[in-house]
Design a binder for this molecule. Sequence first.
Ligand code: TMP
Length: 220
Amino acid sequence: MFITFEGTEGSGKSSRIADAAAFLKKQGKDCILTREPGSTRIGAKIRAILLDPASRELDPMAELLLYMADRAHHIATVIRPALAEGKTVLCDRYSDATLAYQGYARGLDLAMLKNLHRLLMDDLKPDLTLLLDLPPETGLKRAWKQINSGQRTDAESRFEAEKIAFHEKVRAGYLEIARQEPERFRIIDASLSPEEVIEKINHTLSAFLFPLHKQEFSPS
Ligand code: TMP
């Protein structure tokens, strides 16, 4: 089972996906937690280029190809092997991020992005995608608070430095993709308290992964 988490900056996605992995392990699922970009040794180098504020002049097409290079390597060396072993793969961002950021926000052609995914990634799609949604002003405030307090490194702040209009486009893009694929997407209101978000995520995962079980579980 391949499950992805998506969201705008400061949506709390990375903490919530770690909570979700802990919850699923507790439920007996053999799962791995991974992310894009940067889950592999080579991917970490690509991530450093992509998120470095000093890469501000990076051409949008070059940016796209770096995300895709990271993804091709990640699929080949992490995602496919884990799926082949029957593991549940939880991935922090994947191809919907490319559509939202490089497509809807940067303006690259959506059909071209989808074709490249089909051609280069064998169209590997998640079974389920949780979209942690919240207004960009709230998310960016949270993200900058973490960066300024040293909780997160400012060496990875290239996207946080984008204007609010860019982040509005990312959010609208994600919501549009979710509208087009309602069977795959679940939208989670990330403006709720962490406890409420965790509960909603656990409930969503349980309903998807254990549909025949009673929808009762011990909170993580
Ligand atoms: P993170 O903040 O979730 O670690 O994600 C890294 C940044 O990379 C985030 O700002 C979103 C961006 N991104 C893209 O622009 N395109 C992509 O395909 C992916 C995976 C991430």
